[in-house]
Design a protein around this ligand. Structure first.
Ligand code: FAD
Length: 430
């Protein structure tokens, strides 16, 4: 029997992305569930994860419905800063030390393929580039000690065929490479407008036959006669598979055993037209320090920067506190661009979840056959959501995905190896 789960605030402050959405980017309001529906896959949660899952299932010709308790694409997805990278919070060299090179490289390769797959999915959904664009990542060494670590990381990635080069590209301003002279460049990453991307994917899924029910909180998920019955809104869905895509706070009791470590992080968007003219718009930067500072650009010429993660789960909307954190992020940004003037037009604080072993919780629940978890912890949430879609398709096809054991939602993440050189908090989060 499902128990009611408490609602927690996911973010506070003033989000940037929702302000970019125009009426034509809108997702029509969808009805709440009032009937009995039979389908193959029921997806609980209409955020980025639900959107990617639904678009992937629809393209594969598998019928699905989405049950969303509020408005789709309005929860953590609206607070994300939209950096999509194949590199993870845990460096490949650190993961290799913990689980062996072959498995670590396999995980990184699945992440690389997931970024590429999301690009194809967005394109097929009609994204013209505003929702998702290809991008290059600069990974800057934060200290002398980190220079050696970063060089090891580069060598391991390069030896395993990942698209990386050593050093800052010539296209970045001299001030930037003077401030952080040691860096690795990674290609094949992407930048998203997360709520726009989620809406684009949801619209495509709905056009392809998926039913989206908004304002339909799931109250109960139960197994009956080899099928799943999901009570939501004033109706009921029967499905052979159910996917929990409710984000960081378990939205249903069937996923209550997943307990991500909840933290909060800060982000801001500068004024339009503030990206220095000599900085390439398709480039993002993050640092090796943990917690780490990061920034990216937006189509209207702002810089979105973030970091300063804290070991406190609940986002703050305290204006003075947020202004203080924004001033710290602006100071970090100004070190890269000493001649530029920045002000924070938008500033927000959001909750995010991590796991003790830095890996997401994805896969079929060993104790609840047919119930699939899609919880992408850490800074790569959207890449993990895409990986979840790939793994779900394999699971439905009856195949064992090569990452099934590594990402098993019921693994004991705490004893799968604690984050090696990374301290307890990190910053990109994302
Ligand atoms: C400040 C910040 C920066 C971030 N930056 C990045 C980044 O750069 N790159 C990146 O990849 N990720 C980033 N993230 C993480 C990213 O936001 C998440 O990975 C992603 O949005 C999670 O999407 P989701 O669909 O799983 O969750 P959500 O967007 O939270 O959606 C879950 C949905 O489930 C619904 N739901 C919950 N319970 C129920 C129920 N019982 N019944 C029906 N529906 C229910 C909710 O209403 C919600 O709409 C960042 C996060 C924050 C806070």
């Amino acid at each position: 029997m499902e128990k009611k789960t408490a609602t927690r605030k996911l973010f506070d402050g003033t989000l940037y992305w929702p302000s970019t959405l125009t009426p034509s980017d809108g997702l029509d309001a969808h009805p709440s569930l009032r009937e009995k529906v039979v389908t193959r896959v029921a997806i609980i949660g209409g955020g980025m994860t639900g959107a990617i899952l639904a678009a992937s299932l629809t393209r594969a010709g598998i019928p699905s419905v989405i049950l969303e308790s509020g408005r789709a694409a309005s929860a953590s997805t609206a607070a994300s800063t939209g950096l999509l990278q194949f590199s993870n919070d845990i460096m490949l060299c650190e993961l290799a030390e913990r689980i062996g090179e072959a498995q670590a490289v396999g995980f990184y390769e699945q992440c690389r393929q997931s970024v590429a797959m999301l690009g194809l999915l967005a394109e097929a959904a009609g994204s013209k580039g505003a929702a998702l664009q290809p991008a290059t990542s600069l990974y800057a060494a934060s200290s002398d000690e980190d220079e050696k670590r970063l060089l090891c990381e580069y060598k391991l990635l390069e030896r395993n065929g990942f698209p990386v080069s050593w050093g800052m590209p010539k296209s970045v301003p001299a001030s930037l490479s003077a401030y952080k002279p040691v860096a690795m460049t990674a290609y094949g990453d992407a930048l998203a407008n997360p709520p726009l991307l989620a809406r684009t994917l949801l619209r495509a899924a709905v056009a392809g036959g998926c039913s989206l029910y908004e304002n339909s909180p799931v109250r109960e998920v139960k197994r009956r006669g080899g099928k799943w019955t999901i009570l939501a809104g004033e109706g009921e869905v029967t499905a052979s598979h159910v996917v929990v895509a409710t984000g960081y706070v378990p939205g249903v009791a069937a996923a209550a055993q997943l307990k991500p470590i909840l933290r909060r992080t800060y982000a801001l968007a500068t004024q339009p037209g503030s990206v220095p003219a000599d900085f390439p718009a398709d480039t993002m930067l993050w640092e090796t320090a943990r917690p780490y500072f990061y920034f990216r650009t937006t189509p209207d010429g702002r810089i979105v920067a973030g970091g300063l993660d804290e070991d406190r789960p609940d986002p703050t909307g305290d204006e003075t506190f947020l202004a203080d954190r924004s001033a710290m992020l602006i100071a970090d940004l100004s070190r890269y661009f000493p001649n530029a003037e920045f002000r924070a037009d938008y500033a927000w604080c959001g909750m995010f979840g991590e796991s003790a072993d830095d890996l997401p919780f994805i896969g079929e629940d060993r104790e609840q056959p047919g119930l699939f978890h899609a919880l992408g912890c850490g800074g790569n949430g959207t890449v993990y959501s895409t990986l979840a879609a790939r793994m779900l398709l394999a699971s439905i096809a009856g195949e064992k995905h090569p990452l099934a054991s590594l990402l098993d939602p019921r693994r004991d993440a705490a004893s799968s190896g604690s984050p090696s050189s990374a301290p307890a908090t990190r910053t990109r989060l994302a």
